[in-house]
Every structure is written in C-alpha cells, then in structure tokens.
Write a protein that binds this ligand. Structure first.
Ligand SMILES: [Mg+2]
Length: 343
C-alpha cells in the first residue's frame, strides 16, 4: 500500500495527471485552473477547492470567514489565469450533530464574497459525514483563449512581479493563535488578511489584457513554492532580490514581536492570494502603467536553469531556499533558508 503521507500531494497529482488530457482540454491538471476550449476564441476555466474542519479552519474561526475564504481560494485561481469568474457549485458534508446555524453562517460569508465578485452560486450537494465538516467549491470562469496566462510561459530575462504584500496572512494566523500581543489597526489588518483575504481578480484581468505577462500563478502555498511551480513548468530558474519583497508595516511589527525571520515568513507563508507573474523584458512598461491603479512590486528576474529559486540579499550574497511550501498530505512545514556562498 502506498500512503498519501509517503508520496505527498504533488506526486499524487503527477500520477493522475495523464488521464485528464483530452482534445478540447487545453490544460488539465498542472495549472491554477483547467482550461477548456469553448468556441469563438473563448475558453472556460474550472477550479475546485476543498476545506476540512481541523485542517483548513478551526471551529472557533468566525464561520463567515470560512465561507468567504473558500470562494476566495477559487477566485484567486481564476485570477491567476487572467479570467472572469462566473458560477460556482458547493458541496457540504456535515455530521448529524453539526450545528445548522453554524453552517448557515459559513454560507453567509460565501454569499457575501459571491456578491462582491459577481459570482452566482448555482447549486451543489449536501451529504452526511461521520467526521469533521467538509466543504468543497467548484468555480467556473471565462476569458479569451489568446489571453490565458499559464505557469509554463516564463522565459530567461523576464521580470518577476508580485502584487500587494507577502506574509500578512501568516502573520494574521499568528495573531489569531495568540502568538503575539498586537493591538489596533496593525492587528486588525493582519486578521483581515487571514480571515477575509481578497482575490486579485481585477488585477489578473488587467494583466491578461496587457499581452505582456508570460506566466502567472497565485500565491496560495507561499512565494517560494509557487515561484518554484513557474520555474519547474517553464524550465527556468529565478533570482529574487530580498530587499524588494513587499512587506506591510503590520507584518514587520508582527515578525519583530514574535522573533520570526520576516524574509523566511514572507517567502513561505501561505494564503496571501496575491498574484505572482513574469513579464517579457521588452514589455515591462505595459505593466508599470498598472502600478498607478494596483499595488505591484518588481522582485527579480528569470534566469537560465531548471527550477531553482535563488534569493540575493543586500550584500550581494545569495540565499538558497532549501525547503519550500506546504504539502497537505505530508503535513509538514519546515521553511529553511541557508546561505550558499558559492551562489
Ligand atoms: Mg493557485
């Protein structure tokens, strides 16, 4: 018997990926969404996310935030292709003793997010479980076929950008767990990023329309892990400037108070739902004009190689990310950053 914990999430996905490719399927497993030809130069995007009580949320989390975040995770995947979200179906598995009012409040958060982003919740399924509460959401989207941003298009010399600030959701989780005493607006800002993260749907669409983005992914597992996906699937490496990593003042205060290494947490903290994207060198000006409307930062460049992510610090020394991201089945998170003197 092969157990999930032995092979990990990504190897499992590799094993089943070969069965998902059909003619009209432009992209099956392996990107933020499946991309299906829909005729007239359009594609349909499909993505799904599941959340399990005790794994993705705890019972004392505000239930509205659980529903809000469930849809955010899928919206963020649509955003990472550059698409427009359309309709969703939701499945819920609850035990006999589960409080119906609690589940209703989860749906209220879900509906609030759906209203905000113009998504219709068009159906789903309800089932009994013997275990924890399980929620699953499938979201569709639409866009022009020639504007889709895959993970595999990054080329040597591309500029690497990220939206917003990184690490805030991880900081918010720390605050929620009582890791540090923080008050006022800083506390509220971090908790908001943890409980009610907003998908960058408008930015994703604006980027797709520029014709300048070569590859894109959303930062759901952490910058290091998600950039690694782009590098691996594009057959390139990345060099990141440590001082260019965007961090909020609240996040820096959290790291100071909790003695977290802020660079490590910004690189490996998950669920920021920002967009990470690569831009053709000659088309960077098309992206820079968007900086008046959106928060985006240029953080590095794509280099030759096969899958490595390197970080340079202020002294010009290179810092190597050894362990990246969070794989669910293995259930371990050991971000390690070690200096590599030879670069
Ligand atoms: Mg994603």
């Amino acid at each position: 018997m092969t157990r999930f914990k032995d092979i990990g999430e990504f190897e499992f996905i590799d094993r089943i990926a070969a069965h998902t490719q059909r003619n009209r399927v432009l992209c099956g497993i392996g990107d933020d969404c499946a991309v299906i030809a829909a005729g007239k130069g359009r594609v349909r995007l499909v993505t799904t996310d599941a959340m399990v009580e005790g794994v993705h949320f705890v019972q004392n989390a505000p239930p509205e935030s659980v529903g809000y975040k469930l849809l955010t995770a899928s919206l963020s995947d649509i955003a990472a292709m550059g698409g427009k979200p359309t309709d969703a179906v939701v499945a819920v598995g609850a035990s006999d003793g589960c409080d119906a009012g609690y589940v209703e409040r989860i749906y209220n958060g879900l509906f609030a997010c759906a209203d905000q982003f113009g998504v219709a919740i068009v159906g789903g399924d309800t089932t009994r479980t013997a275990g924890p509460l399980v929620l699953s959401l499938t979201l569709t989207g639409t866009m022009a076929r020639d504007q889709v941003s895959y993970r595999s298009g990054a080329r040597v010399g591309d500029a690497i950008y990220v939206s917003g600030t990184l690490g805030d959701a991880a900081g918010g989780l720390g605050v929620a767990l009582g890791a540090v005493e923080m008050q006022g607006e800083d506390r509220a800002a971090l908790l908001r990023r943890h409980y009610r993260p907003e998908a960058r749907v408008d930015l994703g669409r604006a980027l797709a329309e520029t014709d300048a983005v070569t590859a894109m992914i959303d930062v759901s597992d952490g910058l290091a892990s998600d950039l690694n996906h782009i590098c691996r699937q594009s057959g390139v490496s990345a060099v990141i400037r440590a001082e260019a990593i965007p961090m909020s003042a609240a996040f820096v205060k959290f790291c100071d108070a909790s003695r977290e290494n802020k660079l490590a947490l910004a690189f490996t903290g998950g669920e920021d739902f920002e967009l990470l994207f690569c831009v053709h060198r000659a088309r960077v000006h098309k992206i820079e004009v968007l900086a008046t409307r959106y928060s985006i930062s240029r953080i590095g460049e794509i280099a030759a190689g096969n899958g490595g992510v390197r970080i340079e610090n202020e002294d010009g020394k290179r810092v190597l990310l050894k362990r990246v991201g969070y794989e669910h089945f293995r259930g371990e998170k050991q971000p390690q950053i070690t200096t590599n003197e030879r670069g």
